[in-house]
Design a protein around this ligand. Structure first.
Ligand SMILES: C[S@@+](CC[C@H](N)C(=O)[O-])C[C@H]1O[C@@H](n2cnc3c(N)ncnc32)[C@H](O)[C@@H]1O
Length: 291
């Protein structure tokens, strides 16, 4: 079907959909809390056991967006490691700009020296163009970005080659059945990856195990409030439709009959909450790979 623009190809709409749409329904505060707690209790134990506090600590963030998670990682790391270099990669300049503003506003722990490096471009461009792609990292984070950055096998293999011995890769994925099935069953969507694709979670775990990594998997109990998706005149609903289909301005571009099919399909995933709103499970998972 022609006339559809991939959401990532429209940076302004992407920013709006992500920050003012998806972020509003995705229990972002709970997600931040759960990932932060997991990081502080599990990942920090590994990192502080593996690396001396006075060594330079390198963190690479892939698809950082506004960097809420990386900011938390930096804060906790700064309480132990004396010198930290953070490299933040994201293709969306608006989101990266918010990260920069937030990072400037926060006061780093006085004991720790922080060097922030920004790369506005795709991960592939970072690999191809940045000398920082030749560094070794103690920690690599890809929080809700692995689906977007390219072929999982190539990406994981390349990232794994950039981790120091005893380093950690932390990946958070939203394996929402609703999104997976939307893209699997509707091959006319430009972001559809065909009908036989394996879930990213299984791929990541398989590749990491094949490369000798120890894997830890933690499920998060996150639900999306999709009530507005079913309101015809809701702007928030328009943004949610865009984020579920990965198409910019989907409601304006696609024939009503296609939209209605998808709306009924999405409705079948939802259940009523006690507050009368409609919720679908997000099936979010934290995966860490370490040697
Ligand atoms: C779902 S958002 C997650 C943002 C952030 N990590 C978070 O958890 O809030 C995905 C991010 O990946 C970025 N992104 C998408 N494709 C990318 C690519 N090829 N290379 C680098 N970043 C990319 C987007 O701009 C966006 O900021």
């Amino acid at each position: 079907m022609s006339g559809m623009t991939l959401l990532v190809s429209d940076p302004d709409r992407y920013h709006d959909v992500y920050s003012n749409g998806f972020a509003r329904i995705a229990m972002k505060e709970t997600v931040l809390q759960e990932i932060s707690q997991y990081f502080d209790e599990h990942v920090m134990t590994k990192l502080t056991g593996a690396f001396p506090a006075e060594d330079q600590f390198n963190l690479l963030g892939v698809g950082v967006g506004e960097g809420h998670h990386e900011q938390h990682f930096l804060k906790t790391l700064g309480s132990h490691f004396s010198s930290i270099m953070n490299v933040a990669v994201d293709r969306n300049e608006h989101l990266l700009e918010s990260f920069k503003i937030n990072a400037c506003g926060s006061t780093p722990d006085e004991k720790s020296h922080r060097d922030m490096q920004w790369f506005n471009g795709t991960l592939q461009q970072f690999f191809d163009e940045s000398p920082l792609a030749n560094c070794k990292y103690n920690l690599i984070s890809a929080i809700y970005s692995m689906h977007h950055v390219g072929d999982i096998e190539t990406t994981f293999t390349r990232l794994a080659s950039m981790v120091k011995d005893n380093g950690v890769i932390i990946i958070v994925l939203s394996e929402s059945t609703l999104v997976e099935e939307t893209l699997l069953q509707n091959t006319w969507l430009p972001a559809s990856y065909g009908t036989h694709e394996k879930l990213t979670k299984e791929k990541v775990i398989t590749f990491a195990k094949q490369r000798g990594y120890t894997i830890d998997v933690r499920k998060m109990n996150i639900k999306w409030d999709l009530t507005d998706l079913f309101e015809e005149k809701s702007e928030l609903g328009d943004k949610l439709v865009d984020s579920l289909t990965s198409v910019a301005h989907f409601r304006r571009t696609v024939p009503a009959e296609k939209l209605n099919e998808l709306i009924s399909f999405w409705r079948s995933f939802c259940s009523n909450g006690e507050d009368g709103r409609l919720y679908a499970p997000a099936d979010d998972v934290i995966i860490t790979a370490s040697t």
